[in-house]
Design a protein around this ligand. Structure first.
Ligand code: WT7
Length: 650
C-alpha cells in the first residue's frame, strides 16, 4: 500500500521553479548545461576564476584515466580562500555562529576566525608539524573543529577528521593507516545533556597506535580528565602564546588538502584523498549555485564535520563564499523535539540542509512541532545522504519550506567531493524523490553490468563518464584498491559509484541506493564487512553475515546473522553482549538492530554466503529462486527465526 502511494507520487508531482526565486538566482541561465557540455575545460576554467590563486595553472585538466590533475601548476591556499580574501569586504561579518546544546552561543567574525586560525597554525608549526604531515582531528561539532581544519590547510598539513562518535578502535585504525602522529581532541562534549568523556576515548585509541607525538586538547566541557605530561597540550595554552599572523603555505593545486576515511566493501575503511585546487573550485561553485548563497544568508547544514558533507558544505564551500555558517553541537530532540526549529527561528536561518533520516523522524514527531515556530526566514531547503522518499520530500517541502522554498535533493559521495546530481533552484523542475539532473559539466549515466546505457527508465548502475574537479584522486597508499573499487567495472575512464539508479523520460535521475556491500544507516555509511569482522572478533562467533534491513526511519538498519563457535550457547545475554561489542568496536552508529543465531547460512555450491537472500529474509520480501543453493533448507529455518525476532519486537 505504502509503495503504491509512493509510486503514484513519483509519477505525478512536478514543481516548476518559483519565478521570483529564479529571477534573483545566482545561476538562472538555462544555457549553462550546453555551455559546459560543449567545452568542459573552458567551463571549469572560467569558474576557477572565482578562487584566488597565487599562480595561475598551466593547464586545466590532465586526464590519464583514472588519474586526473586539475589546474596543473596552479598555486593556492584553501584557508586563504576561506578567510583572508574576505577580510577587506566582510571582516566584521559573522563567519561561524555556533550554538551549544545548552543554548550557549559563540560567534566568530571572519576577522576573528582568521586570527584564531593563524594562531593555531603557528602553534602547529611550533610543535614541529610541517607541510605533508597528516593531522588527525577528532572533535565534535565545536568551532575549534573548523579552526583546526583551516589551520592545517594553512600550513599544508592534510587533515584527517574522524567523526567524534566513532570508537577508540576506529580512531586508532584510521590514525595507523595514515601514520598520523598528531591528534586534536577535546575533554568532553554534551549529548542530550550528558557529558561524554571524549578525552578518555581518545587516550584509549592513541594507546593502540604507534608513536603519537602530541595530543592537543580543547577545553570544552570542563569535565575531569587526565593530561599525559609531555604528550598532551591544552589548545588554549598553545593559542595564548602564538602569534596571530601566519603566512599561508603556497600549495600546489594537486597537493593533498585532506584525507577522509569512508567505509567500503572490506573490513578496512578507505582513505579518500582530496587535493586542493579542483576541490576548492568544485565546492565553491556548487555551494554558490545550488544553495544560491547571498551576502545576507544564514546557512545551516546539520551534518557533522566528521563527514564529507561537513567538509564541503560547512567549511570549504560556504566559507570560500564568505557566508555566515551555523554550527550546532547537539541532538535534534534536546531538550525538546523542536530544537532545530528553535534554532531556525532564533538565528533567522535562510538556508537549511539536512538528511532524509532526520526528515522522517520529524514527520513521525508531527507537523505541529515545526508549526509552533516562525520558519518564514527560510528561502531554500536541501537534502543529502540517502534517497529521500517522495512522501518525506513533500512533508519537508510543505511543513518546513512552507511550500515557498525550492528543495534541492543533492546526490554525491565522499569520493565525489562535491555535489554531482542536483536541481539548480532557479532552473530545474523538481520531482519529489528525484535528485533530478547532473550539475553542469557532469556526465552521469545509468549503465548495465556490461557498460551499455540502460534504456526506458530501467534500473542500472550509476556511472560518471567524465572527470570533475572535486573527484577522488587516490585511496591513500592503495592504488590497487582505488582502481578496483572505482575504475574497473567498465574500464578506467568511467567512475563506478556503487549506487543503483534509473533515469526517467525527462532525463531525471532516481537514485535507488547502494548495489554493493555498503549500507546507509540513518545516512551514515557503513560496510557490512566491517561489522562482520567486528562480530567474528568476538570469541563466541564463528561466522557472521550482515545486511541492511529496511527501516522506516533510518532507511536501513543493521541486521546480523551469527553462527556460534561449538561451545558457545545461544542466549539473550550473548545477543546483548554482541550488540554492545559492535557498538564498542565501531561506534554507536553501528549498533545492530537485531541478531539472529543461525546454525546454517544460505550458501552457493561454492560456499559463498548469499546476502541477497539474507536481506530478503530480513525484509520479509520474496527470496526468489533458491534452488541453486547448497542448503536451501536453511532459508525456511531462518524465516522462522525472523518471525520470532519480529514478534519479540512487536
Ligand atoms: C552515498 C554516499 C555525500 C554526502 C553524504 C554521504 C547516498 C547521498 C544521496 C541522495 C540518494 C544519496 C548514496 C551515495 N546518497 N546523497 N541525494 N540521494 N542517495 O556521503 O557517506 O560518502 O555516502 O550516500 O548511496 O553513494 P557518503
Amino acid at each position: 500500500m505504502a509503495e503504491t502511494i509512493e509510486a503514484s507520487l513519483k509519477e505525478q508531482r512536478r514543481f516548476e521553479p518559483f519565478e521570483e526565486f529564479a529571477r534573483q538566482a545566482n545561476m538562472n541561465d538555462p544555457n549553462v548545461y550546453k555551455r559546459a557540455e560543449d567545452d568542459l575545460e573552458g567551463f571549469w576554467e572560467e569558474l576557477a576564476g572565482n578562487i584566488d590563486w597565487y599562480k595561475k595553472w598551466d593547464s586545466v585538466l590532465n586526464w590519464e584515466p583514472p588519474h586526473a590533475e586539475w589546474f596543473t601548476g596552479g598555486k593556492l591556499n584553501a584557508s586563504y580562500n576561506c578567510l583572508d580574501r574576505h577580510i577587506e569586504k566582510r571582516g566584521d561579518k559573522t563567519a561561524i555562529l555556533w550554538e551549544g546544546e545548552m543554548g550557549e552561543v559563540r560567534t566568530y567574525t571572519y576577522r576573528e576566525l582568521l586570527d584564531a586560525t593563524g594562531r593555531f597554525a603557528n602553534a602547529l608549526k611550533g610543535l614541529g608539524i610541517k607541510k605533508g604531515d597528516i593531522v588527525t582531528i577528532y572533535l565534535p561539532m565545536i568551532p575549534e573543529a573548523a579552526i583546526a581544519m583551516l589551520a592545517c590547510a594553512r600550513i599544508g598539513a592534510p587533515h584527517s577528521v574522524v567523526f567524534a562518535g566513532f570508537s577508540a578502535d576506529a580512531l586508532a585504525q584510521r590514525m595507523n593507516d595514515a601514520q598520523s602522529k598528531f591528534v586534536i581532541t577535546c575533554d568532553g562534549y554534551s549529548r542530550r545533556g550528558k557529558v561524554l568523556d571524549h578525552k578518555g576515548k581518545t587516550d584509549e585509541g592513541v594507546a593502540k597506535t604507534g608513536d603519537v607525538e602530541k595530543v592537543i586538547v580543547v577545553k570544552h566541557a570542563d569535565n575531569d580528565i587526565v593530561m599525559q605530561p609531555g604528550r598532551d597540550i591544552w589548545w588554549h595554552e598553545l593559542l595564548g602564546s602564538a602569534e596571530p599572523s601566519c603566512e599561508p603555505e603556497l600549495m600546489d593545486s594537486e597537493d593533498m588538502l585532506f584525507l577522509m576515511y569512508t567505509s567500503g566493501t572490506t573490513g578496512m575503511p578507505k582513505g579518500v584523498v582530496h587535493t586542493t585546487g579542483g576541490y576548492m573550485v568544485g565546492t565553491h561553485v556548487t555551494a554558490n549555485w545550488i544553495f544560491d548563497l547571498k551576502e545576507n544568508d544564514v546557512y545551516w547544514c546539520t551534518a557533522d564535520v566528521g563527514w564529507i558533507t561537513g567538509h564541503s558544505y560547512i567549511v570549504y564551500g560556504p566559507l570560500s563564499n564568505g557566508s555566515t555558517v551555523v554550527m550546532y553541537e547537539g541532538a535534534p530532540d534536546y531538550p525538546d523535539k523542536d530544537r532545530f526549529w528553535k534554532i531556525v527561528e532564533k538565528h533567522r536561518v535562510t538556508i537549511f540542509y539536512t538528511a532524509p533520516t532526520a526528515i522522517r523522524v520529524f514527520m513521525k514527531w508531527g507537523q505541529e512541532i515545526p508549526a509552533q515556530h516562525d520558519l518564514s526566514s527560510l528561502r531554500l531547503i536541501g537534502s543529502v545522504g540517502e534517497p529521500i522518499n517522495p512522501s518525506a520530500w513533500l512533508w519537508y517541502y510543505e511543513n518546513i519550506g512552507g511550500s515557498r522554498c525550492p528543495l534541492v535533493d543533492t546526490w554525491w559521495q565522499t569520493e565525489t567531493g562535491m555535489v554531482l546530481i542536483t536541481p539548480l533552484p532557479g532552473l530545474t523542475t523538481l520531482k519529489p524523490g528525484s535528485a533530478t539532473k547532473p550539475f553542469p559539466g557532469i556526465k552521469a549515466a545509468v549503465l548495465d553490468d556490461s557498460g551499455n546505457q540502460v534504456a526506458g527508465g530501467q534500473g542500472g548502475n550509476l556511472a560518471i563518464q567524465a572527470p570533475w574537479p572535486g573527484m577522488i584522486r587516490a585511496v591513500y597508499q592503495d592504488e590497487k584498491r582505488f582502481i578496483d573499487t572505482y575504475w574497473s567495472k567498465w574500464g578506467v575512464g568511467t567512475y563506478f559509484s556503487g549506487d543503483g539508479a534509473r533515469q526517467d523520460e525527462d532525463g531525471c535521475f532516481w537514485v535507488l541506493g547502494r548495489v554493493d556491500d555498503v549500507i546507509k544507516v540513518a545516512g551514515h555509511r557503513l560496510g557490512t564487512m566491517e561489522i562482520e569482522s567486528s562480530l567474528v572478533s568476538h570469541p563466541a562467533v564463528a561466522e557472521a553475515a550482515v545486511v541492511g534491513m529496511y527501516d522506516e526511519l533510518k532507511g536501513e538498519a543493521i541486521f546480523c546473522y551469527v553462527t556460534l563457535e561449538g561451545t558457545a550457547i545461544e542466549s539473550e545475554e550473548l545477543r546483548k553482549e554482541l550488540v554492545g561489542h559492535v557498538a564498542n568496536e565501531i561506534g554507536s552508529i553501528a549498533r545492530p538492530k537485531g541478531i539472529v543465531f543461525a546454525d546454517d547460512l544460505p550458501k552457493t555450491r561454492s560456499g559463498k554466503i548469499m546476502r541477497r537472500i539474507l536481506k530478503a529474509i530480513a525484509d520479509g520480501t520474496d527470496v526468489g529462486n533458491i534452488t541453486t543453493l547448497q542448503n536451501p533448507e536453511a532459508v525456511e529455518v531462518l524465516k522462522r527465526k525472523l518471525e520470532e525476532f519480529n514478534s519479540g519486537l512487536g
